[in-house]
Design a protein around this ligand. Structure first.
Ligand SMILES: [Zn+2]
Length: 156
């Protein structure tokens, strides 16, 4: 049996409806600040710290060009810290966090981030599957498939 961990702190689901540590990445879905119809799929790869941000239609995020790290990546990192705690996120991404690191921005500041296209479609389909499970009628019985989705289970 998987132990289902509640979020370390309460999260704002409207801003970042989906965040997970999976497939060797911190990845998730971030709402657009300006357009309710649009979402961004953002990810940070463990180890290499390659970052990616694009819309769910695979259009590159404009915010990635200048400072490299757009506001969606910052929102994702902040929400991951709320969801998992800063130590777990740092360990998963293999960021040498050290003392004084307690926010997503602190973590990102310690990466040598560079852009690399990521599997936005895969992440987005995981998000849609995650949404589908919210429609499953409440039940005390275990849902076998959810054993493969520890991050999904953690936010329920
Ligand atoms: Zn972005």
């Amino acid at each position: 049996m998987l132990r289902v961990a509640p979020p370390a702190r309460a999260r704002k689901l409207a801003k970042v409806p989906f965040v997970e540590l999976a497939d060797g990445r911190l990845q998730g879905v971030v709402s657009s600040g300006s357009d309710v119809e649009r979402v961004y799929v953002s990810s940070v790869t463990a180890g290499s710290h390659a970052v990616n941000c694009s819309t769910n239609n695979n259009r590159p995020c404009g915010g990635l060009r200048g400072s490299l790290l757009c506001k969606h990546l910052h929102a994702l990192a902040d929400e991951a810290v709320l969801q998992y705690g800063v130590e777990q996120v740092a360990r998963y991404l293999r960021i040498d966090a050290g003392d004084g690191v307690d926010s997503g921005a602190d973590l990102l500041a310690r990466t040598d981030a560079r852009h690399e296209p990521g599997p936005a479609a895969v992440v987005f389909s995981r998000f849609l599957r995650h949404l589908a499970y919210l429609e499953v009628p409440p039940s005390a019985a275990p849902v076998p498939e959810l054993h493969w989705f520890p991050a999904t289970a953690a936010v329920r």
